[in-house]
Design a protein around this ligand. Structure first.
Ligand code: DC
Length: 226
């Protein structure tokens, strides 16, 4: 890390591994800024859907991306953004985005654009950033890298619960199938696949409470910087 830059805590892992809840709570406990890097990939996907761009047409997505204007801002220590003057946060978890985001995240130019934006976020101060390639690509030089994982059955159960709150989900099995399809796309894509970053601490959260994971990370960071 360059001098005068804040700390970066990178938290990577597959969907429903617990990383969102853990990352938010770690950021809160340390009074750091929280960044959900997946929201940028979802934002790009939302913009494509909204503009009628077919996400399998990478050239069209890149053209759209190059014409879009992104602005980032902070609310209660969480980073949000507007694309061309619209804040898409309410649309990022909808099915239209969810089903297309892996295709958009596989486009190398999109990844380059988003990685550059994510790196700029350390200008906001010390951050907790969650994603798939934060420890491996975005901030490979940070000393704070965690890779959270959980068994597929447990991840499917967690995601099923979340979906029940927002919309109807067929059954745990179909949620598990969809998670595994997305895992497969995310781990096998050519550019920056989901992987355990060099030096990352792997935490299996299947049988751990969220609080235990948060406590572990917070006390490790505090011990080294206290
Ligand atoms: O974490 P999430 O479910 O919001 O991620 C949405 C998609 O974006 C998912 O397909 C993986 C991708 N993603 C990525 O490729 N790299 C990141 N750093 C974060 C998300």
């Amino acid at each position: 890390m360059k001098p005068n830059e804040g700390l970066v805590i990178a938290i990577d892992g597959p969907s429903a591994s617990g990383k969102s809840t853990v990352s938010r709570q770690v950021a809160q406990a340390l009074a750091f800024i929280y960044v959900d890097s997946g929201s940028l990939y979802r934002g790009m996907t939302w913009k494509a859907v909204q503009s009628g761009v077919d996400v399998r047409d990478a050239e069209a997505v890149v053209r759209m991306m190059n014409e879009s204007k992104w602005e980032f801002f902070i609310e209660e220590r969480v980073v949000y953004f507007q694309i061309d003057g619209v804040d898409p946060r309410d649309f990022l978890r909808k099915e239209a985005v969810r089903e297309r985001v892996s295709d958009v995240a596989a486009i190398p130019e999109v990844r380059r654009f988003i990685v550059a934006r994510l790196r700029e976020m350390s200008d906001f101060g010390s951050i907790v950033m969650e994603g798939r390639d934060i420890g491996s690509v975005v901030f490979p030089e940070t000393s704070w890298k965690y890779y959270l994982d959980a068994d597929p059955e447990e991840r499917a159960r967690r995601r099923f619960k979340e979906l029940q709150v927002s919309e109807s989900a067929a059954c745990v099995q179909s949620v598990k199938d969809s998670l595994l399809r997305r895992d497969h796309k995310d781990t096998t894509r050519a550019t920056a696949p989901l992987q355990i970053a060099l030096g990352a601490k792997v935490v299996n959260t299947t049988n751990m409470g969220i609080d235990d994971v948060v406590q572990m990370i917070v006390s490790e960071v505090n011990r080294s910087n206290g």
